[in-house]
Design a protein around this ligand. Structure first.
Ligand SMILES: [Zn+2]
Length: 98
């Protein structure tokens, strides 16, 4: 694979995320719960980049979780009831959720 191909596949990933956000904003629904009307344009506090449009509840929820993807992933795992399960990272190698 050439450098150009690697870059274009990376762009494809970003475009997919951006497409989701745009789809959410086009349908007039919050990008997270997809139920409520988006009331806030959510920004990354570190980069200032617009992440998407969120309703008040979802915007404040991720804020209360520190805007931290690792924390929200643990919250998701907790809600799914599998936070205690080790993650198989390689055959015979398990990693406990941190
Ligand atoms: Zn929402």
């Amino acid at each position: 694979m050439s450098c150009g191909e690697a870059a274009s596949s990376l762009r494809a990933d970003l475009t997919e995320t951006e497409r989701d956000e745009m789809a959410a904003s086009r349908t007039g629904l919050c990008a997270i719960c997809r139920k409520a009307s988006p009331a806030h344009v959510d920004h990354c506090h570190e980069t200032g980049r617009v992440r998407g449009v969120l309703c008040f509840n979802c915007n404040s929820a991720i804020g209360k979780l520190g805007d931290a993807p690792d924390t929200t992933r643990r919250a998701t795992a907790y809600l799914e009831g599998n936070a205690w399960k080790p993650t198989l990272v390689a055959p015979g190698v398990c990693r406990l959720p941190s």
